[in-house]
Design a protein around this ligand. Structure first.
Ligand code: LAC
Length: 229
């Protein structure tokens, strides 16, 4: 089978957490204190963080992603019977400097060299995103960073994906949107973007409308897919 290809792509837009940055790396960095619990804390932290974004959006009770992330961490620590304010502060601090996946910088470089525009579209607050990008050394690799904080509603509300379309000023059909969160890719595709599901962990497909056009297991193949190889 020939490798998948998307034609007419002028901009590549990326989800941040789980796609560019490894969200488990915060708990991993505190392994010395969390011990064998680090993975369970990381998994519960992430699952609760996402579910709180969905629940708060449905409730009409937006708070920014920093607060949601802190609330989710409080739940995850309580679930393991951990009550340690300084460890909590350390984990939150680590969330500001998550480890980027190893291929990210090179992929962004290639896309930009080929004249593609690049952007982030994320639930993250502007401060969190600026910090993650800077600590990963990726400052020079994005034309724009779009945060849902501008409209105070979380993914997968369709208005979120419009932020990238309107902000970049290109048609939805000229954008490829990469996310490791399958539901995020489905939602982007439903808004007319080309969705690339970066299925890093071998997840089974979601049973949701608008399956992503392309599935890859890391971002390495993206330049070839969008004609930037
Ligand atoms: C984000 C979450 C969904 O970055 O990973 O928007």
């Amino acid at each position: 089978m020939p490798p998948p290809h998307l034609s007419g792509i002028s901009a590549c837009v990326f989800d941040a957490y789980g796609t560019l940055f490894d969200v488990a790396s915060a708990a991993e960095a505190c392994r010395d204190q969390l011990g064998e619990h680090w993975r369970a804390v990381a998994d519960t932290w992430r699952a609760k963080q996402l579910s709180y974004t969905w629940l708060r959006s449905l409730m009409g009770r937006y708070v920014d992603f920093w607060q949601v992330t802190g609330d989710a961490l409080d739940f995850a620590l309580a679930a393991r019977r951990i009550n340690d304010p300084s460890l909590r502060a350390r984990l939150m601090d680590c969330y500001l400097s998550l480890r980027p996946y190893s291929e990210v910088a090179q992929v962004l470089q290639r896309l930009r060299k080929a004249g593609k525009r690049t952007a982030i579209l994320s639930n993250g607050s502007p401060r969190m995103l600026a910090s993650a990008v800077q600590s990963a050394g990726l400052d020079d690799y994005f034309d724009a960073v779009f945060s849902v904080d501008a409209i105070k509603i979380y993914k997968p509300d369709p208005r979120v994906y419009r932020l990238a379309i309107d902000g970049l000023g290109v048609p939805a059909g000229a954008i490829s949107f990469q996310s490791s969160n399958a539901w995020d890719a489905h939602a982007a595709q439903a808004c007319g973007l080309h969705a690339v599901w970066c299925n890093r962990t071998g997840q089974i497909p979601e049973r949701l409308p608008e399956p992503p056009e392309i599935e890859i297991d890391s971002l390495t193949d993206l330049p070839a897919i969008v004609g930037a190889a």
